[in-house]
Design a protein around this ligand. Sequence first.
Ligand code: TYD
Length: 202
Amino acid sequence: MKNGLFITFEGADGCGKTTQMSMLADYLKSKGYNVVLTREPGAKGLGEKVREILLNYDGEVSDRCESFLFLADRAQNIDIIVEPAVKEGKIVLCDRHIDSTVAYQGYGRGLNIERINMLNNLATNGRKPDLTFVFDIDVETSMKRVGKEKDRMESAGIEFHNRVRNGYLELAKQEPNRIKVIDASKSIDEIHKKVVEIISAM
Ligand code: TYD
């Protein structure tokens, strides 16, 4: 595996990606790699505040406003955390990134996908992840895992989440080299094995 990589973790709420990201971080650290963890929304500092609005604000939020908030947080994450770390040869693992906006705001909310791609490109300065995992799981199982305490996004309904899921699968078809779909209904250990297998080929 080479140094200086940017790897993103994507999928439905409750798909288990955060657990897998943390397991992979431990694995990579045990192999001597320098690993940086980040997330969207809410990388650190200002990003935390944007996250709070996005997940907890209970007034009206327009779909476009929601998109711009995710994008603002993304620009901050790329500039302050991701790019500097990758330049130093570190491996950056990021919980959600550009594909979340395409899946949730594009496929889920129905905003124009070409335009989202353009905005994503602006927010990231054109820097795409070197590798993206999509943890795929059926919506019923993922909603069961999320439980009754749902945040603003998780409360968007079954149909919305089905569109999000299909969005991810569509993206993976379009970019099979970057995006690897993993069956997230398997056991935590089986999924981890698969993740390591894929990453070891890089
Ligand atoms: P979070 O609590 O981080 O969810 P998870 O643990 O499932 O990642 O909440 C992030 C929520 O924001 C999640 O529902 C997906 C959504 N989201 C978007 O709608 N668009 C985006 O661009 C991003 C980054 C996240």
